[in-house]
Design a protein. Structure first.
Length: 564
């Protein structure tokens, strides 16, 4: 190769190197321009986020008390453990250590600790603070902690259907916890911190204080509530029933002293409880009431002046209404009954006879007047309005089945409130669960007159006859007290076959005591009992037990002479 050739090759190589250098410089300049002009703002935000962090400071959730001040729902200290997988060198070893200290399976932690695409993963929400403190002493790189509040229910299953529960984020998910979530939750605060390159906080730029949740005092008395729940448990067990509900309220104020259900559940373990078990059926589930609904028909004919308690009727065992034949629950010959006896003996034929005197339109008006077909305003999640057809949609047989509590559905709270109106001299008082919030009483409950005071007194006297000898509710009697009430035995609808089931019933009793000056209205409903179906046999004894306890607990003086 000649000298000229060698020089030419060298020149070409130099020029090629120069081109490469120029291209590299141009690419670098282009990259710099793109980063500084196009990506400047996002990158600045990223850099700032790596050095600044806003931390949410959770607010203390308000405590729920019963009427006596007993704690029903409280906040407990807990520690949440988290990790930055990008700083974890040996995920398996860390998982084993964390699992051993916190009592968790390492296999459930490895996947999260190995995911280096994420800068934050939970290892344990609301962990035991003592165990978390033990883990913190090990000073594991990439593992962090922050204080959190865990909702706890010290009474466990007592009033669980009333309280509901709050989830791991302290948000109310059911019951009073959900209904009053805004009141109980408060408002979280925040803190903006500056971090060094190693992620350690070195300064606080800004902070906003949290606002604690407000405490709530319920009308529930945990002693009456606990006793009612124990009676329901025994009732369900004795009659092998599907479930049972009970309501205890003060007819003068509308305050609910107990709202019980069986089977119950431990509110601390709500996550493992199926929804159908945690539902408060006394508020959310409408049912066909059966004979307890006869109060409405009787109140209506008395108020309209169509009859008196002594008005007699000659009643056969059956009566024909359109395409239906309605009969009394027990076979009997044609007999003469007064209006008072129709109620005390729970005669279907007699009640339908009274309803026909009243007529469809007026009966529908009285059903609405008693509050059926609309929620009571209890302010409880999922409260049902019941099922009441407009009179325009009634069939020819509706005047025969609705007066005896078929073809209409109500809630237990609605029914208890209706009987409370009679006990309160004819004035309906809105039932409620919240007494005060942070010491401030709530708005007075709504009131409205349903029947006149004389009619209310007459109805109370007639309802006493249900419990006296000869009535269907003798098992509800409480020694030393006059009891007024009504039994109910309702066939349950059979949606598969149509019509009503021959084997599935709802037995109930609702009444008030002392009848001369009512302090307690108590409703007991037992769903699908076996061995017996009658409200006077299944539900009335539970009423008697709850009433006896409540009267003694509240120190209510007797209003009847003590028998032997």
């Amino acid at each position: 190769m000649t000298r000229r050739t060698r020089k030419s090759v060298a020149d070409r190589r130099i020029r090629l190197l120069l081109v490469v250098l120029v291209l590299a410089l141009a690419a670098s300049l282009g990259r710099a321009v793109w980063l500084q002009a196009v990506r400047a703002e996002p990158l600045a935000r990223m850099a700032e986020s790596q050095h600044r962090e806003t931390i949410t400071i959770p607010a203390r959730r308000g405590t729920i008390h019963d009427r006596t001040g007993a704690l029903l729902a409280i906040g407990e200290s807990a520690t949440t453990v988290y990790a930055d997988p990008r700083r974890i060198r040996d995920p398996l070893a860390v998982a084993r250590t964390v699992g051993r200290v916190l009592g968790k399976e390492p296999e459930t932690l490895v996947a999260a600790l190995s995911d280096r695409t994420r800068g934050f993963v939970y290892l344990a929400r609301q962990a035991d603070p003592e165990r978390a403190a033990e883990l913190a002493k090990l000073d594991l790189d990439g593992i962090g902690f922050y204080a959190e509040e865990r909702r706890a229910y010290p009474q466990r299953s007592v009033a669980a259907h009333v309280l509901g529960y709050a989830g791991v984020d302290n948000v109310g998910l059911a019951g009073v916890e959900q209904a009053l979530d805004r009141v109980l939750a408060g408002k979280p605060g925040s803190k903006t911190i500056v971090k060094d390159p190693f992620g350690r906080a070195i300064d606080v730029l800004d902070s906003k204080a949290e606002r604690e949740g407000r405490d709530v005092h319920l009308t529930i008395d945990h002693n009456i509530q606990a006793y009612a729940e124990s009676v329901l448990r025994e009732t369900v067990k004795r009659w092998r029933a599907t479930s049972a509900s009970a309501i205890v309220l003060d007819p003068r104020t509308g305050e609910i002293l107990a709202l019980a259900a069986a089977p119950s559940f431990d509110a601390n373990a709500f996550a493992s409880v199926p929804p159908e078990r945690s539902r408060n059926r006394a508020v959310t589930d409408p049912y066909e009431p059966g004979s307890t609904f006869k109060l409405v028909t009787t109140a209506a004919v008395l108020s309209e002046g169509l009859v008196t308690p002594q008005t007699p009727f000659t009643l056969p065992y059956t009566i024909r209404v359109a395409d239906r034949t309605i009969r009394d629950s027990h076979e009997r010959p044609t007999q003469r009954m007064t209006v008072a006896e129709i109620l005390s003996h729970s005669s279907n034929v007699g009640t339908v006879t009274l309803a026909k005197l009243l007529g469809e339109r007026k009966l529908a008006d009285w059903i609405e007047r008693f509050g059926f077909g609309e929620p009571t305003g209890l302010a409880f999640p999922g409260e049902s309005a019941g099922i009441v057809l407009p009179v325009e949609q009634w069939s020819g047989s509706s005047i025969g089945n609705i007066p005896i509590g078929q073809g209409i559905a109500v809630t237990a709270v609605q029914m208890a409130a209706a009987y409370a109106a009679v006990a309160n001299g004819g004035v309906w008082v809105q039932p409620h669960l919240v007494a005060r919030i942070d010491g401030a009483p709530q708005q007075p409950p709504k009131r409205r007159r349903i029947v006149s005071e004389p009619v209310a007194r007459t109805l109370a006297s007639m309802l006493k006859g249900v419990v006296d000898e000869g009535g269907t509710g003798t098992e509800a009697g409480v020694r030393g007290y006059q009891v007024a009430g009504k039994t109910g035995t309702a066939q349950k609808p059979d949606p598969e076959r149509g019509g009503y089931s021959d084997s599935r019933y709802l037995a109930s009793f609702v009444g008030f005591v002392p009848a001369s000056d009512p302090r307690l209205v108590i409703l007991v409903a037992v769903d699908e009992p076996r061995n017996s179906i009658w409200g006077g046999v299944v539900a009335a004894p539970a009423f008697q037990q709850i009433a006896s306890f409540g009267l003694q607990y509240l120190d209510v003086p007797p209003d009847a002479p003590l028998g032997p």
